[in-house]
Design a binder for this molecule. Structure first.
Ligand code: ZN
Length: 58
């Protein structure tokens, strides 16, 4: 059994927020609410655009 396999599952999908106020893109770190490091705006899936950076494509 290769032990490397399960580490890949966690990292397969990364989601970023694009701030609705200043437009900067930052890592939301798996949370629904994340504060923009640039302007302090609190982003949620309803207020900010979610960018899916999946490495597997679609
Ligand atoms: Zn911002």
């Amino acid at each position: 059994m290769p032990e490397n396999n399960f580490a890949r599952i966690d990292a397969s999908v990364e989601e970023d927020y694009k701030c609705s106020r200043c437009g900067s893109i930052f890592d939301k770190d798996g949370q629904d609410e994340a504060q923009c490091p640039v302007c302090g705006n609190v982003c949620t899936p309803q207020t900010c655009r979610v960018l899916n950076a999946s490495k597997e494509g679609f």
